[in-house]
Ligand binder design. Structure first.
Ligand code: FE
Length: 177
């Protein structure tokens, strides 16, 4: 009789005990998320530069969108920075990421702004086999915006020519590393 009573009581209380246990576990998890400033509903927690296509359309000009997001190319010898040789920093027109120092800019004569080096970890390189050419595309490492291409016919000390669309960049006269 006593055994039956214990069984009935334990069947009644087991779900309650289980419920308390699960709740306390969830509570502990919430405390962890709050303590570590983690928003469990956030889609892009480490990447605030990434935007949806419609967000890019809203914040970029038509020309910027065409080049940065659709991998377009401005016409040769027409870009704002082709013949631009002031001291300062060239930054991504999409997100403000620092890309090239003016010290690395040189007159290549190719029709687009050219640099012999990019700032460390500022750009990504991807093989581009479009238009029957084998080229290396350069994109912004923060927002993935298309910047241009890099070729191996540049001057010392690197031998590289980063051939970049003016439209993909903004210029900050006073900014240094
Ligand atoms: Fe960018």
């Amino acid at each position: 009789m006593i055994i039956i009573q214990i069984q009935i009581i334990s069947r009644m209380f087991f779900p309650i005990i289980l419920g308390i246990s699960v709740n306390s576990h969830l509570f502990a998890q919430d405390q962890f998320l709050i303590k570590n400033n983690v928003n469990s509903n956030q889609q892009r927690p480490t990447d605030p530069m990434k935007k949806t296509d419609s967000e890019w359309k809203r914040v970029l000009s038509q020309e910027e969108y065409h080049i940065l997001r659709s991998k377009g190319t401005e016409r040769a010898f027409t870009g704002e920075f082709d013949g631009h040789f002031e001291e300062g920093m060239y930054i991504c027109a999409g997100c403000g990421n620092k890309l090239f120092e003016s010290e690395t800019k040189y007159k290549s004569g190719c029709g687009w702004p050219a640099f012999y080096d990019a700032l460390p970890e500022s750009v990504e390189e991807t093989e581009d086999n479009n238009y029957g050419m084998k080229r290396i595309e350069i994109t912004c490492s923060k927002c993935d915006g298309h910047l241009g291409h890099v070729f191996n016919d540049g001057p010392d000390p690197t031998g590289f020519r980063y051939c970049i669309n003016s439209v993909s960049m903004d210029f900050k006269p006073d900014e240094k590393k």
